[in-house]
Design a protein around this ligand. Structure first.
Ligand SMILES: NC(=O)c1ccc[n+]([C@@H]2O[C@H](COP(=O)([O-])OP(=O)(O)OC[C@H]3O[C@@H](n4cnc5c(N)ncnc54)[C@H](O)[C@@H]3O)[C@@H](O)[C@H]2O)c1
Ligand SMILES: N[C@H](CO)Cc1c[nH]c[nH+]1
Ligand SMILES: [Zn+2]
Length: 426
């Protein structure tokens, strides 16, 4: 973890190094991913099974999970967990239902009818991570927006290390109405979804979070299929004044550090002594945290504490970092929130730990990472919709606007374009 103070003379330099920290690239995975994609494209199921055996230590007889297996494992999910998933599904569902956009259609002043219709994608792949932890919550976050958008075929890929799967993952799939589930992960799963295999018909778009291999594979298949924004190793940036309990903030920072050694947790505070207390508390919590190995690596290698003189200074820093999650643990969080331009999702006030958003707040937890919040947004119903525009000219309407099209066609040196209009004007 590095401690920065804006009053240090080398602050700008150190901060720019933090901004340009390519955490996912600590190991360059692009070559490995390229080879896996090429292999799966040629050999299909056999290649996916081989990589599954190598990385997940599992030899599945069939990649597709049978309805009997799904039902039997999902039934092992405890009633309390199932009820929590149902509450989460209901809250996530309501939030995403409200995103459904309206079609546009109107007749303009010269009589042209024009508009835009929203249509669901036909078939999508949802990636549910499962390497270091299992993510029943990610099943809901991926599948519910797709269902609400009206996607007909939702294909789920989830790795099953050593053949094991958390029953809650399959219970969540049942709640979300997903039935086509393949036990595969990493780049090989993305390849199978994009290119298809003997047992899997390819999809049109792949969404969902994952580790560096998954994120890189999505980048490489983009164009063959659509992808959502790259949701890689998790990030949290907490802006906190000294009125917070250090322990609360320490847990918040560790909540994302425990996801991945490449995860990043950053605290910005206006109190050096508060910063010290949080750092000490993190060290203390880590000694007993079951996920301490991953969380400690993340905190030591990518964690940062920035001490500013005034919390308003946090905004330009935050906008440059463009983090996945921002917590504003201050009295009037709206004042700071209104100035944020780049972040995946914002959590306001002292009683909104980011973990609430991970599970059941309502907004999606599949969010842009690695500074892509500068240009991208979290997963939503819009990721599963596309638009088709339309136009209908009457004879009269074409007479009114056609001449200008002929002039523009001439200006572009495209006579057939002009001809297709002018022939109708005579
Ligand atoms: N941004 C978000 O919305 C969001 C949400 C949930 C989770 N996450 C992130 O998702 C990630 C989940 O990662 P994970 O590892 O637990 O699960 P994962 O499912 O993403 O990755 C597991 C797969 O990685 C592949 N793999 C592992 N080591 C490999 C190697 N050496 N070579 C090639 N392939 C290899 C294997 O195929 C394995 O099946 C974390 O980084 C977490 O922070 C992000
Ligand atoms: N924090 C993750 C997104 O970065 C989502 C998640 C799921 N479960 C726990 N956390
Ligand atoms: Zn999380």
């Amino acid at each position: 973890m590095q401690l920065l103070k804006t009053t240090y003379t080398d602050f700008s330099l150190k901060f720019q190094t933090l901004v340009s920290d390519r955490r996912e690239a600590t190991v360059d995975v692009s070559g490995t991913v390229k080879n896996i994609l090429a292999d799966v494209k040629v050999r299909g199921d056999a290649a996916v099974k081989e990589y599954t055996s190598r990385f997940d230590h599992y030899h599945p007889p069939s990649l597709l999970l049978s309805p009997e297996f799904i039902a039997q494992r999902a039934a092992q999910c405890g009633a309390e967990v199932k009820a929590a998933l149902e509450l989460a599904a209901s809250r996530i569902g309501i939030f995403h239902q409200k995103q459904l956009p309206q079609n546009i259609g109107y007749t303009d002043t010269v009589g042209v009818q024009l508009g835009l219709n929203w249509l669901p994608l036909s078939q999508v792949g949802i990636y549910v991570p499962g390497g270091r932890a299992s993510y029943p919550s990610s099943v809901l976050m991926n599948a519910l927006p797709a269902k609400i958008a009206g996607v007909e075929r939702i294909v789920m890929a989830v790795p099953m290390p050593r053949g094991e799967i958390n029953p809650a993952v399959l219970a969540a799939a049942q709640i979300a109405g997903v039935t086509e589930i393949y036990s595969m992960g990493g780049a090989q799963a993305i390849a199978a979804l994009a290119y298809g295999t003997q047992s899997l018909t390819p999809v049109d778009k792949i969404v969902g979070p994952g580790n560096a291999y998954v994120a890189e594979a999505k980048r490489q298949v983009f164009g063959i299929v659509g992808i959502d924004s790259v949701a890689g190793p998790s990030e949290i940036l907490v802006v906190a004044d000294s009125q917070n309990h250090p322990e609360w903030i320490a847990w918040d920072l560790l909540s994302q550090a425990e996801h991945d050694p490449s995860a990043q947790s950053i605290l910005i505070t206006d109190s050096a002594s508060f910063a010290e207390k949080v750092i000490t508390t993190i060290d203390h919590i880590l000694t007993n945290l079951p996920t301490q190995e991953v969380a400690r690596t993340s905190w030591q290698q990518h964690g940062a504490v920035i001490v500013v003189e005034d919390l308003t200074e946090s905004i330009p820093l935050l906008n440059q970092l463009a983090p996945e999650h921002v917590e504003l643990c201050v009295d009037q969080p709206q004042l700071l929130a209104s100035q944020i331009k780049c972040a995946g999702s914002i959590f306001l006030g002292r009683y909104t730990p980011e973990a609430i958003g991970d599970y059941l707040g309502g907004p999606n937890h599949v969010l842009p990472t690695a500074r892509s919040a500068r240009f991208a947004s979290g997963l939503s119903v819009y990721d599963f919709l596309k638009r088709i525009t339309y136009l209908e000219c009457s004879q009269q309407a074409l007479q009114t606007i056609g001449k200008a099209a002929v002039i523009l066609a001439e200006a572009e040196g495209l006579p057939a374009h002009g001809g297709s209009v002018s022939v109708r004007l005579q």
